[in-house]
Write a protein that binds this ligand. Sequence first.
Ligand code: ADP
Ligand code: MG
Length: 294
Amino acid sequence: ATPIGLLVGTGRGAQLGILIRGPQVLEDTRKLDTIVLDKTGTVTTGVMTHLGTEAIDGISPDEALMLAGAVEHHSEHPIAQAIAKAAAELGPLPQASGFDSDPGGGVLGMVNGHHVVVGRHSWLELQGTVLDATAMAMLEEAEQSGATAILVSVDQQFQAVISVADKIKDTSAKAIGELQDRGLRVVLLTGDNKSVATKVAAQVGIKAEDVFAGVFPADKAKAITALQEQGKVVAMVGDGVNDAPALAQADLGIAMGSGTDVAIEAADITLMGNDLHQVTQAIDLSAKTLSTIK
Ligand code: ADP
Ligand code: MG
């Protein structure tokens, strides 16, 4: 392929809001057979809302939400923003100190002299909370409803489950169909729970066996490697800090323009419209550019 033709292709991409790092990227795009999609912020809007809180006896749901909100206030995760916002609507948030977080697990901090941990169940366990049958039943019930269920513990004692959810982007189902029409296998890769992930997948036409759920940030890149070891040529589409290693590992990394700087830096292509339809456009652009200059 002539460099001039490829440069014209990248210029056309820019007009479409598809920022392509270099001419070589268009050649790589043509070889793809598998597209791996992050869920939150990529297939879905990434704007979470608080659906409800269930607490054990001895603490009110609002109290539990306030404690969680005080800690989540220090995190930029979409789940944290939903919880902090809902809590702040109840009244001024108490101060939290000693904040720490695991981007794929949750947060912790001290609030009013109490050690508060908020996040997925493995994160609470890692911080020393034993989840008993009541906790597991409350978690399961929230997840069954299709929500992302976030657990709260205070001084190592389980207290509440907070349910949050976001919406699938209007454009996602159609765009995924377009990719599948081009013979590409579309895979959903997420840190979120299996129940939410399967529900989202069903709504956008991704097969249940192509859903990889509950994947820790460090394992997202390993999932890409595993596909590559099967001989697949893989594009990863994501937006989060967590997605950056997977974006770098993929044969082609594609970041949402609304995504974090770390994701954009790790990517070969950035989609300014935050729309999966732009993935199809990039693939078509690559095919067209290369056929024209042959
Ligand atoms: P995704 O792959 O869908 O973008 P993440 O890897 O960002 O998901 O997060 C995976 C899971 O870790 C979330 O579903 C949630 O259970 C938990 N988690 C991460 N950060 C937070 C936080 N700030 N507060 C609560 N839970 C969190
Ligand atoms: Mg994401």
